[in-house]
Design a protein around this ligand. Structure first.
Ligand SMILES: Cc1cc2nc3c(=O)[nH]c(=O)nc-3n(C[C@H](O)[C@H](O)[C@H](O)COP(=O)(O)OP(=O)(O)OC[C@H]3O[C@@H](n4cnc5c(N)ncnc54)[C@H](O)[C@@H]3O)c2cc1C
Length: 288
């Protein structure tokens, strides 16, 4: 009897039958517990419940999840069988959108996510609209969390560069810094009224650049980056600007790439599906 079981488990045929075609991504289903307007164009969602345990809790200050948002007309309820949908009804596949975990609350099993309400009507996006219309009790499936940056305690000087979409990650990063941390944070926003009061170490200067995205490029030109020993950089903005910032930091200032966390958070004129797909093409590459 024992040997039969052993033989069955090791047989290649049964192993193939048990193995899924592609690894399943863990899906957490969280409930909308609350909504707060943090500024005119920033909406905080509090999400929690049983699904919290299925999140890959991590300590990166830029931890992010991927929301899965199905068209309400599809009648689909989370969690979604993505493999079955891909195979049989690809037109019903939920949209995948990336959001920073602004704050974790392990005790209450909740996360907070700050969603930028960009654009109006048709110019807005699936996730921004979904968040705007979400009601307490609504369910949201997500995968993650991933992440890759956290302020290193040995850092001599921090430099954080971001726009509205990166503001949640910057705010979380500032809160994760040591009290005696030093550095500069430059945040570009389209509208003055979306500035926030950020908690930050006294030695870290926070500067708001209100207006066009290019302000960030001009402000970086004014920085003294010659002495970059012990400098740690976080740089996440719109794709076109990210590429130009990379050139300034790596090519012009000669800062070693490993001191910089850099990637685009979104791309002008691209919905996220296209933006993510283009990462495999020359236009989508930040590093050359
Ligand atoms: C690691 C990571 C973390 C992120 N964290 C956050 C976060 O915490 N909060 C947050 O709001 N965003 C965050 N983003 C950006 C967010 O994923 C994108 O903005 C996403 O495109 C929003 O989806 P959507 O469905 O609203 O718009 P989409 O359907 O993807 O896009 C619709 C249109 O809106 C434009 N657009 C998209 N985002 C913006 C924007 N921010 N400003 C102006 N126009 C835009 C697009 O170019 C497109 O033309 C993060 C991205 C990454 C990669």
């Amino acid at each position: 009897m024992e040997s039969m079981t052993t033989t069955d488990q090791s047989s290649p045929a049964s192993a193939t039958a048990q193995r899924p075609a592609r690894p399943k991504r863990n899906q957490a289903v969280l409930e909308v517990l609350g909504k707060t307007r943090v500024s005119p164009r920033l909406l905080r969602l509090t999400l929690g419940g049983e699904g919290y345990e299925a999140l890959n809790r991590n300590r990166n200050s830029d931890a992010y999840v991927k929301f899965l948002i199905a068209d309400p007309a599809s009648g689909l309820q989370p969690p979604y069988d993505m493999d079955a949908l891909r195979e049989h009804s690809p037109e019903l596949m939920p949209a995948r959108r990336t959001y920073t975990v602004r704050r974790w609350d392990d005790e209450k099993r909740r996360i907070e996510v700050d969603v930028v309400l960009h654009g109006d009507g048709e110019d807005s996006g699936i996730a921004a609209r979904w968040a705007d219309e979400a009601q307490p009790g609504d369910l949201l499936a997500m995968s993650g969390a991933g992440g890759g940056y956290t302020p290193a305690p040995e850092t001599r000087r921090h430099l954080m560069l971001g726009d509205h979409a990166a503001l949640p990650a910057i705010a979380a990063g500032l809160e994760a810094m040591d009290e005696d941390a030093q550095g500069t944070v430059l945040i570009q926003l389209d509208h003055d009224e979306d500035r926030l009061e950020l908690e930050h170490p006294a030695g870290v200067e926070v500067r708001w650049l209100i207006g066009e995205r290019e302000l960030l490029l001009e402000a970086v030109d004014q920085l003294d980056l010659e002495d970059h020993e012990g400098l740690q950089i976080f740089c996440h903005v719109e794709r076109g600007i990210t590429k130009q910032l990379r050139a300034k930091l790596v090519k012009e200032a000669g800062i070693p790439r490993e001191q910089i966390s850099i990637s685009a958070y979104w791309a002008l004129g691209r919905i996220e599906d296209q933006f993510q797909a283009e990462k495999r093409e020359p236009i989508g590459r930040i590093d050359d």
